[in-house]
Ligand binder design. Structure first.
Ligand SMILES: CC(=O)O[C@H](CC(=O)[O-])C[N+](C)(C)C
Length: 312
């Protein structure tokens, strides 16, 4: 067998892909995710951060936003997510692939190349580490833009203005406020996310063939509806876990300087003021977004991988 052929066989049996392809496919997934998911995300952030009584629910946020700002209002703050989510997803999908390679390197004497769901979850959790370095400042900027324009004056004219003002106010520390909260949300969240996708992908695929070396071949490609079902469910599974740390992250990142000393302080103050259920503010819109946005993400990922596989 040629070196190239044995490398392809080894990497497909190992469930890893070329790092450039995993990075680019994640980027395509991110763009698809933002285009479908942004209006849901804006509704969630407004519900999470508005003073009690401002909105009666998600539909009220949409009604008031459109009445005040038109349809464009639902896409307020989309520039940072497009610019931020694309690299975040690129790094996240690349990090997931890197996480799988790390698992292999720590288990050199394994009897099967196939990664268990626990190992895939570990690789998913690992992906949040590099992704958070980009996600935390991008989310800080996005949250500040999303919460303005709810009646009062706008403090920022755009993402660059936010970055400039945050840097002037507190340097990199201010720009990176909420990094720990982002990791607490995305570490466990990404573990569940990738594990759910792989689990459903396997359940929805036809039985794999056996390779000449006795290993199972990777499952044949999924149909688009199956990719959408597995991707959408991965999003729902992730957000079922991620809403409480996300609520705290949004509060931390949107509050004036000095309001909270950290994650636990913010959680304690939020629960004391609004009760424990306040941790699940924005649950409805997050869940409403989770399925379509992540169905779109994995369609973007799988289609771009397929296109790249044809190119090189
Ligand atoms: C917070 C976030 O970006 O979650 C992604 C899914 C979504 O609904 O946006 C998943 N991942 C963290 C793996 C990029």
């Amino acid at each position: 067998m040629s070196d190239d052929a044995s490398e392809i066989e080894a990497s497909s049996a190992k469930q890893t892909v070329d790092p450039i392809k995993s990075f680019l496919s994640g980027g395509f997934g991110g763009i698809s995710c933002v285009l479908v998911g942004h209006p849901f995300d804006l509704t969630k952030t407004r519900l999470q951060t508005a003073a009690p009584g401002t909105y009666s629910g998600a539909v009220d946020v949409v009604r008031k936003t459109i009445a005040q700002d038109g349809i464009r209002g639902m896409y307020r703050g989309i520039t940072p997510p497009i610019l931020g989510v694309t690299p975040i997803f690129a790094i996240s999908f690349w990090g997931y692939d890197l996480g799988k390679r790390i698992v292999y390197s720590f288990t050199p004497n394994r009897t099967s190349q196939h990664l268990s769901i626990g190992e895939l979850a570990m690789a998913g959790g690992f992906s949040a580490v590099p992704a958070t370095l980009v996600a935390a400042p991008a989310e800080r900027v996005k949250v500040l833009l999303q919460v303005q324009g709810q009646g009062g004056q706008s403090a920022y004219s755009g993402p660059i203005d936010v970055v400039r003002k945050l840097y002037a106010e507190g340097g990199l520390r201010s720009l990176f406020r909420g990094t720990g909260a982002t990791l607490l949300r995305d570490g466990p969240g990404s573990a569940v996310y990738f594990a759910t996708y792989e689990l459903l992908k396997k359940a929805l695929s036809a039985a794999p063939e056996t390779l000449p070396n006795g290993e199972k071949a990777p499952a044949p490609p999924l149909s688009l509806p199956a990719v959408m079902l597995a991707g959408g469910s991965a999003g729902v599974a992730m957000w079922s876990l991620a809403i409480p740390p996300d609520t705290i992250k949004s509060r931390l990142q949107s509050a004036p300087h000095g309001t909270y000393t950290g994650f636990m302080d913010c959680a304690r103050k939020l629960i004391a003021a609004d009760g424990v259920t306040a941790l699940w503010k924005g649950f409805g819109p997050a869940m409403a977004r989770a399925f379509p946005a992540n169905a779109a993400t994995f369609v973007g990922v799988e289609l771009s991988l397929k296109a790249m596989d044809k190119l090189w």
